[in-house]
Design a protein around this ligand. Structure first.
Ligand code: FAD
Length: 472
């Protein structure tokens, strides 16, 4: 019997992890390995994982590290022989630009959420009302009906009051997701918060009881010495050695079920059709919804999963020319923060990249990255790259007190950006999977199983295992 054929649509880290697992994982391919074809629309593999040369540094343009408290990315690095390339995060802590001043964030928050009264009491820059709200949650917590899902914002505003929700906590959660806490699903994005709210009683006490024990010797984040772009780079070589067919610069235009014959699916591009026994859709949900809309209504609904485009400007400054806060890997900025310009700040966060990663440290220069853009704030898109860099430098001067002329600048735009898991996202995903999996079509990645490199690797590898079961 001929080998089974699997097509993977998309070539991001999810797709590559799936192909790695399908082609035998750490053990390598064997006679049961299917024929695998990856079809990627852009010129290179890796999706958001892109590393470039920035002066003397090899620097990531998208994700610059990954959670090391979960195992998947660290394990993949080990599987690929990249263990010696792992670098732990070099610094901890963060600042927030609160009411016009830089303040250090308390340590021990859970995704930005305080887990005890003291963290709020001791933090400078908060009002009496914010402190009262924290005290109320501790002593006489408000009741809240949580239901099957609820927004993160609805929980936080009810339990901890609006100031803590939108000024202190949203910059962290909204920053990671490029979205608004009022839209984001607690159940899908922050299950610990969802469960803490469902338990009733004090949100902070419930969260404190769920805090994982911190092991002071274990780094929470890691990266790779040559950038996280090493993952796609090494995976591509390995997959080519394993005879995986890799097509870049080729957009999939349609995925069609086949009524009869040996194959279940046909995957179309502008000029070709590939037959497959199983298809893994590792594209953003909106793309997947578009490509598979004719298969089932539940799949068509994926087209409505919004993404939040963002951009970032990365600057190299002479070390002595810029004054950064003494501690922390960066600064969070609450939405709508006023400045001297006519509108509010575009900046959502600032990262001191070479404080995070020792491989980026150089004796005389520092690297500062400024992030702009949220699901509901696309003002940055009206600026061209030079205008955007100029505007961001003005904002940097306002926040840090000064911003010298940079030695080097790069502006990066993420036009697709991060998927927004709105309230009820899990129902949408379950319905789409219930419709597609019996037909041997599998949905993997960023849009379904959590945002981030470890979650995407896990999604790719587990999906590949499902595919193996379905075709065997
Ligand atoms: C700016 C930014 C910063 C981030 N920072 C971090 C971080 O520090 N740490 C972390 O863990 N995570 C971070 N993330 C999240 C992380 O990068 C993603 O969760 C992960 O890379 C998603 O991988 P994926 O393969 O599921 O999707 P993607 O990387 O989006 O890959 C999907 C692929 O599908 C392709 N495609 C689209 N349409 C078609 C088509 N019609 N035909 C064929 N191919 C198509 C796309 O070109 C793309 O390559 C960040 C993301 C962004 C955007």
């Amino acid at each position: 019997m001929s080998r089974a054929s699997v097509v993977i649509v998309g070539g991001g880290i999810t797709a590559l992890s799936a192909a790695y697992e399908l082609s035998g994982g750490a053990a390598g391919s064997n006679e049961n390995s299917p024929r695998i074809e990856i079809i990627e629309a852009s010129p290179s593999l890796g999706g958001a994982l892109q590393t470039t040369t920035f002066g003397e540094r090899l620097m990531d343009l998208g994700p610059d590290g990954f959670l090391a408290t979960r195992p998947e990315a660290v394990q993949l690095a080990k599987d690929l022989g990249l263990e010696s390339e792992l670098v732990p995060i070099a610094s901890s802590g963060a600042n927030i630009f609160l009411k016009g001043e830089l303040r250090e964030l308390p340590t021990g928050l859970m995704l930005g959420v305080p887990v005890n009264r003291k963290q709020v009491e001791e933090m400078a820059g908060l009002s009496k009302q914010a402190r009262k709200a924290a005290k109320r949650d501790w002593k006489k917590p408000r009741k809240l009906r949580v239901g099957d899902d609820i927004s993160i914002g609805a929980i936080l505003a009810n339990k901890l009051g609006e100031e803590l929700a939108y000024q202190l906590i949203e910059p962290m959660i909204g920053g990671i997701q490029a979205g608004r806490i009022d839209d984001l699903s607690a159940k899908s994005i922050f299950p610990a918060l969802y469960n803490a709210a469902r338990q009733g009683g004090s949100l902070m006490k419930n969260l404190a009881a769920m805090m994982p024990e911190s092991r002071s010797d274990a780094p929470a984040f890691m990266s790779l010495r040559q950038g996280v772009g090493s993952f796609p780079h090494v995976l591509e070589s390995l997959l080519r050695e394993r005879q995986v067919v890799i097509r870049t610069n080729t957009a999939v235009t349609r995925v069609r079920p086949v009524a009869s014959g040996n194959y279940q699916w046909e995957v179309d591009t502008e000029s070709t059709t590939t037959s497959a026994n199983a298809v893994i859709m590792a594209t953003p949900a909106s793309v997947t919804g578009h490509l598979t809309a004719s298969v089932d209504k539940a799949l068509a609904k994926l087209e409505h999963v919004r993404t939040a485009p963002t951009a970032m400007a990365t600057f190299e400054f002479a070390t002595e020319s810029i004054q950064l806060p003494k501690h922390g890997t960066g600064v969070l900025v609450p939405l709508g923060t006023k400045w001297t310009g006519r509108d509010s700040l575009l900046t959502t966060a600032i990262t001191f990249l070479d404080r995070k990663w020792s491989n980026l440290q150089r004796p005389n220069t520092v690297v500062v990255r400024v992030h702009v853009g949220r699901s509901d704030d696309q003002r940055y898109s009206h600026f061209d790259d030079d205008e955007l860099a100029e505007r961001i430098l003005q904002e940097l001067a306002f926040i840090l007190g000064e911003a010298p002329i940079p030695l080097r600048t790069v502006v990066t735009r993420w036009n697709v950006g991060l998927p927004q898991y709105s309230v009820g996202h899990d129902r949408l995903v379950s319905a789409a999977r219930a419709a597609s999996e019996p037909l041997s079509m599998f949905l993997a990645g960023n849009s379904y199983d959590g945002v981030g490199i470890p979650a995407s690797i896990k999604s790719g590898r587990l999906t590949a295992q499902q595919v193996m079961r379905s075709i065997s």
